[in-house]
Design a binder for this molecule. Sequence first.
Ligand SMILES: O=P(O)(O)OC[C@H]1O[C@H](OP(=O)(O)OP(=O)(O)O)[C@H](O)[C@@H]1O
Ligand code: HPA
Length: 191
Amino acid sequence: MTQGVELTAEQLAGVLERAECLHDADAIEAALNRLGEQITAVMADTRPLVLGVMTGAIVPMGRLLNRLDFPLEIDYIHATRYHKTTTGRELVWLARPQTPLRDRHVLIVDDILDEGHTFRGLIDECLEHGAASVHTAVLADKPNAGRVPGLAADFVGLTVPERYVFGAGMDYKGYLRNVDAIYAADPADED
Ligand SMILES: O=P(O)(O)OC[C@H]1O[C@H](OP(=O)(O)OP(=O)(O)O)[C@H](O)[C@@H]1O
Ligand code: HPA
């Protein structure tokens, strides 16, 4: 079960008003175009299985798929470690992919790469189940000192600073994923 966070519309409007816009809608659009081109160049001939990491992947994955004009299949993984809060904990599996992974070229898509524990767990799971290769794509990369050693995404849309960010699929305590820009929350709103 995820831990619910009660926030009113008024409180959320305040969070948005105090937040700093890092990447606007045009920048996101351009980043998705670049991602589409880079992924196409590497994976167009691999008939990949594209795995979205719920819930954050919903927005970037939907928008990215329109830019991948080659044969592919889609499935999803649900693993979470932030539980609608702003601090990561242990990775909890809610759903594993139903499509057999053996000998498949897998592309894992997520909204953000932060410390990297989520990707580490997902990549290892795919390889344990026999994937032929595993690539990763994120809309936002947040380089930080707590990053799992050696972990980097293969395809990165935008870079964000070491602050709590939301929008374009990324949540603020479960909300604001549907905002069409990437914002950094005011430090006072981070707890
Ligand atoms: O690199 P990490 O530090 O592991 O963090 C990245 C993960 O955190 C977020 O997921 P979250 O657990 O918040 O679930 P969500 O997708 O439902 O927001 C995000 O969507 C990534 O999957
Ligand atoms: O900064 C973040 N914002 C939203 N979700 C996240 N998951 C990891 N880091 C973040």
